[in-house]
Design a protein. Structure first.
Length: 285
């Protein structure tokens, strides 16, 4: 892996991030190299993690051991919240075990504090050799792949999707629903995609998040499926009643993925925003 020699490097391109992410297939390890990297903003953090998620998806393997090199890296306080949050969701979705090595004293304290809050083992080691030796001792879950039990059926999903042709709206009701893991995400989104295909058109998405929970292990899959669906079939999306946790996650990803989160408090406000979007589209046309 190529180290970038600057002591302060930010605003990395996708190619520069790719240079810092390596997959060791035989060891089943994804190695992430933060050497000499200074992450000073949430946007920089989110862009980095977006690219890691894309790289993992491209491997076709869902589960990896993580080895993270923190040599001479720095994560500013303004960026740490996003760094810890995105790291947690990535680990919950894709990690069979994570080790961190060569961290500065400041970064070590940040990681140890986060570990105390979120109850995980920071696995902070001195060297890369120590890190890989620790990972080698851990059991792989690829041999016995996780098979999640579905929590819902098509009969549960179907009433939650309503099309309003006169308003060009697909009304999605996630209220009170919990996405526990990737199986819940994929089952629900498979159903939404099939319903949209039947209409053979695009829609404005009106999404009710009242009381919806997206668990950390589900977030990476949820974000990926939602992004793909928006690109393929949405004229624009508006979300309402998200709750603070879901709203924060959406806003974090919006920073780096260049979309407007369009979050409103009520259904009426969300529909008014869709009307605004229609007017903006008509004016642009």
């Amino acid at each position: 892996m190529t180290h970038i020699a600057e002591s302060r490097q930010t605003n990395l391109s996708a190619e520069q991030i790719d240079d810092r992410v390596s997959f060791h297939d035989e060891a089943q390890v994804m190695e992430v190299d933060f050497t000499n990297l200074h992450l000073s903003s949430q946007a920089e953090v989110n862009a980095f993690y977006d690219r890691i998620e894309d790289r993992i998806a491209a491997t076709g393997e869902d589960q990896w051991f993580f080895a993270v090199n923190y040599f001479n890296s720095r994560i500013d306080p303004d960026a740490w919240f996003a760094f810890a949050r995105r790291g947690k969701t990535l680990n919950m979705a894709h990690s069979m075990g994570s080790v961190r090595f060569d961290a500065s004293e400041e970064t070590r304290r940040q990681i140890e504090n986060a570990a105390g809050t979120d109850a995980f083992d920071p696995n902070l080691l001195a060297t890369r050799d120590d890190a890989f030796a620790r990972l080698k001792s851990l059991p792989s879950r690829r041999i016995h792949r996780i098979e999640y039990t579905p929590n819902c059926t098509v009969e549960d999903f179907a009433p939650r999707i309503t099309f309003l042709p006169d308003a060009d709206i697909m009304d999605v009701d996630f209220s009170g629903f919990t996405f526990h893991h990737s199986r819940d995400v994929n089952d629900f989104y498979d159903h939404i995609e099939e319903r949209i295909k039947e209409t053979d058109r695009k829609w404005y998405f009106l999404i009710n998040y009242n009381g919806c929970q997206i668990m950390p292990e589900a977030w990476v899959h949820y974000a990926r499926r939602g992004k793909a669906l928006n690109i393929a079939a949405s004229l624009g999306s508006v979300r309402y009643a998200t709750g603070s946790e879901t709203e924060e996650e959406i806003r974090q990803r919006a920073q780096s993925q260049d979309f407007r989160p369009n979050i409103r408090n009520t259904r009426e406000e969300a529909i008014a925003r869709i009307d605004e979007m229609k007017a903006e589209a008509a004016h642009a046309g």
